[in-house]
Write a protein that binds this ligand. Structure first.
Ligand code: PLP
Length: 457
């Protein structure tokens, strides 16, 4: 790729280059993602159906498949200015270490206290809840990044925040919990005795350490049964991908400044929000036939929704009370084995990305945990940033693609999303260093058994 200027180590944008509109990729999709379906009636959910669960303005965004650009309210833009624009970094040292002719760039979203991109959507969701006059919101958190981001956003807008944290994380990550409490959130280990679904699960499975799907069920129950509260979710939903489009829009502005066109765009995929945001404007060009890019989603081999899942309607939670989404899924009862990338343990995938993948617009690869930590360490030692285990999935594949370029001599341009930092994941790094990390891969039988329980539509 020819470049007109010398590329700096970091391509910074100025404050007024933060996008003022989110880009809604669905507007350019010929095959739209299926809407959410009612878990009881199996009919598409209307705005009216969704009202008891979600905030009104967010429902409108969730259902809007046609408006390409949506104005970012000024209050949200002001908040973005506290930690954005995020830098786009040229990984010169990593390139040198790999001896590759490839040009590698990463968009770093870890420059805020939540340590991840999740704040981009948390601030939007908290803002709309406040605007609606609500008292507070409920949510679940697994690894803790989403709960932290939401606590920060709620503290800023003066909203109560009730977080249901998967019990095993609550116990293993006491510092994450305290960060949330510093921002004023209440943090309850899930399953808890506070909800009917929690009591039911505890009765059935007394010593359980919880799961994300179970924490979602509790948070939804509390939101729908408490006056002035709604439920918010940090990934998967269309609205979350919309908010995360700031990642891709900023990336494109930065690349365009230097006339750089990426060949390959890579991101880790848990529920698909950072990847959906990063690729948004590029995928838009691809869908409109204006440009072509290779897009690669990276997932853990222990939770391979894209690469081994089924494209079907499924519940978003274990309690089967949430709406059904058409997505690549391993089944809502699938519990991934102990894996240290907490943010990539969801059984399903964004309906937008699922449709794009199904239609052949993107690729997916699954990688093993130990190879992810090898890549994380290699990256940390030359680029200076201690990456989150989730983000390191993207690093793994960026390195692999750069090494392929070394063999072929092609100077491809690779852009990947570095979604966050790993300071709260040192137990994972410890397991890796002491050689105790394992690579559990589910068998075909296990996946088939879980997928067999998908709801019949
Ligand atoms: C939550 C999280 C992810 C995965 O979530 P997506 O919705 O797929 O983006 C990736 N990286 C980090 C650091 C996270 O916190």
């Amino acid at each position: 790729m020819s470049t007109t200027k010398e590329i700096p180590y970091k391509i910074y944008l100025s404050e007024n280059e933060i996008p003022t509109k989110w880009y809604n990729l669905r507007a350019d999709m010929k095959n739209k993602p299926e809407p959410l379906y009612h878990p009881g009636t199996h009919q598409p959910m209307t705005a009216e159906d969704l009202k008891p669960v979600f905030c009104d303005e967010l429902i409108a965004q969730e259902l809007d498949d046609t408006t390409p650009y949506i104005e970012i309210p000024e209050e949200i833009l002001h908040f973005y200015k506290m930690y954005r624009p995020a830098p786009l970094v040229r990984a010169y040292y990593l390139e040198e270490k790999l001896g590759t002719p490839a040009k590698i760039y990463y968009k770093f979203e870890g420059n805020n206290t939540s340590g991840s991109h999740k704040l981009n959507s948390a601030v939007a969701q908290a803002y709309y809840a406040k605007k609606q006059g609500l008292k507070g919101v409920t949510t679940e958190t697994g690894a803790g990044q989403w709960g932290t981001a939401l606590s920060m956003a709620c503290a800023f807008f003066g909203l109560d925040c009730k977080v249901y944290m998967v019990k095993v994380s609550y116990e293993q990550k006491p510092f994450r919990r305290e960060v949330m409490r510093t921002y004023g959130a209440s943090v309850t280990p899930s399953p808890s005795m506070e909800t009917a679904i929690g009591r039911k699960i505890l009765e059935e499975f007394p010593g359980t350490t919880g799961s994300l799907g179970c924490a979602i069920s509790e948070a939804v129950e509390v939101a729908t049964s408490t006056e002035g509260y709604r439920y918010v979710l940090g990934s998967v939903l269309n609205q979350v991908l919309l908010h995360q489009s700031v990642i891709g829009l900023e990336t494109k502005t930065a690349l365009d400044k230097y006339g750089i066109k990426p060949d390959i765009i890579i991101g880790c995929a848990g529920g698909g929000s950072n990847l959906g945001g990063l690729i948004a404007p590029f995928m838009g060009e691809k869908l409109r036939g204006e440009a072509d890019y290779r897009v690669i989603a990276v997932e853990p081999k222990s939770c391979p929704s894209f690469t081994r899942g089924t494209f079907a309607f499924d519940f978003c939670d274990t309690g089967m009370i949430c709406p059904l989404a058409k997505m690549y899924t391993l089944g809502s009862g699938f519990i991934p084995s102990a894996n240290h990338a907490g943010g990539l343990r969801f059984h399903g995938m964004s309906p937008v990305l699922s449709q794009l993948y199904h239609d052949g617009y993107m690729e997916a690869v699954a990688v093993e945990q130990t190879s992810v930590f090898e890549a994380a360490e290699e990256f940390a030692r030359c680029e200076g940033i201690l990456p989150a285990p989730e983000s390191s999935h993207a690093i793994r594949v960026a390195i692999d693609e750069a090494l392929k370029c070394k063999e072929t001599g092609e100077a491809k341009t690779i852009v990947f999303g570095l979604t966050g930092t790993g300071y709260f994941d040192m137990v994972a790094y410890e397991k890796f260093h002491s050689g105790e990390m394992t690579d559990y891969i589910p068998t075909d039988e296990e996946i088939a058994a879980s997928v067999a329980k998908l709801p019949k539509m």
